[in-house]
Design a binder for this molecule. Structure first.
Ligand code: CP
Length: 304
């Protein structure tokens, strides 16, 4: 059975095939009739052990536009609260003849664990601080839509790199597509192993903005921080927050991205988030077509 567990396991050709398939589905969902019958005989369970707005709704819309049968599960109102394990939960759902599982979980490796123990396609919708593959696919697809081929494009990822699955998946995807990557944030929010990933590292946000074509700005993930947070949100915003004044102080117009949810006034100001430079809502729009492509390609492999 094939899965989408992380970008690490994908080749450049895999990503290009997902992009070409996404181009097709993007055209499909802009037609008056947005629905196609491709996944008519497939049943998909979206199981979310962590909160989500974009990823959950985007997968559900993608599945419905492919005519799949869809069931949704949130751990917060489930029997997980009575002590049921992850494996028992998923095996019970699969007994109801489910073909694919889209899962978000707080534990890094949770999707890999499931893929070793159950017979269904597993799609990782975010596993703790590890990977968020469909986010990286929609991010790199959105850059490609604006700038063309990513070869030698300069992409900066700014913010809480240490706790971010979006950062790691984006680094893998950008490097496989030939882009140069710089990460930027305070030392306390950069993982110790960051240089081993082959990225440039900067502690200076202005220097980073002057270098890049695209800045992907990340949220401070307070929910994942075990230690007392340093710097404070106020200090973070002062030294690393992206605002219009800072963007105007560099000599070019870069593209601004954010995976959401945004903390307005912390990592990004409202005048930047809502500016013409921002492609934040294009990213969300592209997310549905990307997820349609991933589900379609996995279902096709299943049939072959
Ligand atoms: N970008 C993202 O994963 O958002 P959600 O947590 O709302 O799904």
């Amino acid at each position: 059975v094939d899965h989408l567990l992380g970008i690490k396991e994908l080749s450049k050709d895999d990503i290009q095939l997902i992009f070409e398939t996404t181009d097709h589905f993007k055209e499909v969902i802009n037609r008056p009739i947005k629905k196609v019958p491709s996944l008519r005989d497939i049943t998909i369970a979206n199981i979310f052990f962590e909160n989500s707005t974009r990823t959950k709704l985007s997968f559900e819309l993608a599945e419905k536009r492919l005519s799949a049968d869809v069931v949704n599960f949130s751990s917060s109102n489930s029997s997980v609260k009575k002590g049921e394990t992850l494996l028992d939960t998923v095996n019970n759902i699969l007994s109801m003849k489910v073909d694919m599982v889209v899962m978000r979980h707080a534990s890094p490796g949770a999707a890999h664990f499931l893929s070793r123990h159950i017979k269904a396609n597993i799609i990782n919708a975010g596993d703790g601080t590890h990977e968020h593959p469909t986010q990286a696919l929609l991010d790199t697809y959105s850059i490609r839509e604006k700038l063309g081929d990513l070869t030698n494009k300069k992409v900066a990822i700014i913010g809480d790199i240490l706790h971010s699955r979006v950062a790691l998946s984006n680094i893998y995807a950008l490097q496989k597509l030939g882009a140069e990557v710089m990460v930027c944030g305070p030392n306390t929010l950069l993982p110790k192993y960051i240089k081993e990933l082959g990225v440039k590292v900067s502690l200076d946000v202005k220097e980073t903005l002057e270098w890049c074509d695209v800045a992907n700005i990340l949220r401070i993930q307070l929910e994942r921080q075990q230690l007392k947070y340093f710097p404070s949100l106020r200090e973070y915003s002062l030294y690393y927050g992206i605002n219009k004044k800072l963007l105007n102080s560099i000599n070019k117009e870069i593209i601004v991205m954010h995976p959401g949810p945004i903390n307005r006034g912390v990592e990004i100001s409202t005048d930047v988030a809502d500016s013409k430079q921002s492609i934040i809502l294009n990213q969300v729009e592209n997310g549905v077509a990307i997820r349609m492509a991933v589900l379609f390609l996995l279902a096709q492999k299943k049939q072959n």
